[in-house]
Design a protein around this ligand. Structure first.
Ligand code: FES
Length: 194
């Protein structure tokens, strides 16, 4: 029987990963305003997240919701997980997600893409992510610049790799210490930067 799927967008505090039969990171638990939700992670999302998220982080989860044919319970599967700042968080009850407006991910806004595949991670991509997010927060840009974790950009030896959109400016061998300068250069006009 075909399952009807609807988009959901859920925000809340990351509570931790939960194991499935084949992976210790098969699900994540997020506490929204209304309740605790368990969201299944696709393999690609899982691989990017397990070093990146820390318990207590505020996150936005975007994905598909379907109804379990046996239990009638909603089932959530994440396609994208982003860390967001706490003030931005207004958790949306799962039951009303289906009929709400489309997720913010569809809005066009500047993005910083950061590779989170294994070679870039070994070279410090998680620290780069943290530097990007804290710098955006310092500059008051968390709402206007999206941070997106990506798969391999085919420049592994030059990792960590990062691309700033819409300029499509690529940065290689990125170090956390250079992030404030990069963000100031690209987004100075939209921010409180000096
Ligand atoms: S692992 Fe990052 S570019 Fe290949």
């Amino acid at each position: 029987m075909a399952k009807e799927k609807q988009t959901f967008c859920l925000e809340g505090r990351f509570q931790g990963f939960m194991a499935g039969s084949k992976s210790p990171f098969k699900y994540l638990s997020v506490h929204g305003a209304d309740d605790q939700h368990v969201v299944k992670l696709s393999k690609s999302v899982r691989l990017m997240l397990f070093r990146y998220l820390q318990v207590g982080d505020w996150i936005r989860v975007i994905g598909e919701q379907s109804i379990d044919q046996e239990t009638g319970e909603p089932k959530l599967k994440a396609k994208e997980v982003l860390r967001v700042k706490p003030l931005e968080v207004v958790a949306t009850p799962t039951s009303s997600v289906a009929s709400t407006t489309p997720p913010k991910a569809k809005q066009k806004k500047p993005k910083i893409l950061i590779c989170q595949k294994s070679t870039c991670r070994k070279r410090g991509a998680a620290q780069v992510c943290r530097a990007v997010e804290s710098t955006l927060a310092n500059y008051g840009l968390t709402d206007s610049v999206e941070v997106k974790l990506t798969g391999c950009m085919d420049k592994c030896k030059a990792g960590p790799n990062m691309v700033v959109m819409p300029q499509k400016q690529r940065y290689t061998k990125v170090k956390p210490g250079q992030i404030p300068e990069v963000i100031a250069e690209h987004f100075q006009q939209q921010s409180n930067v000096g």
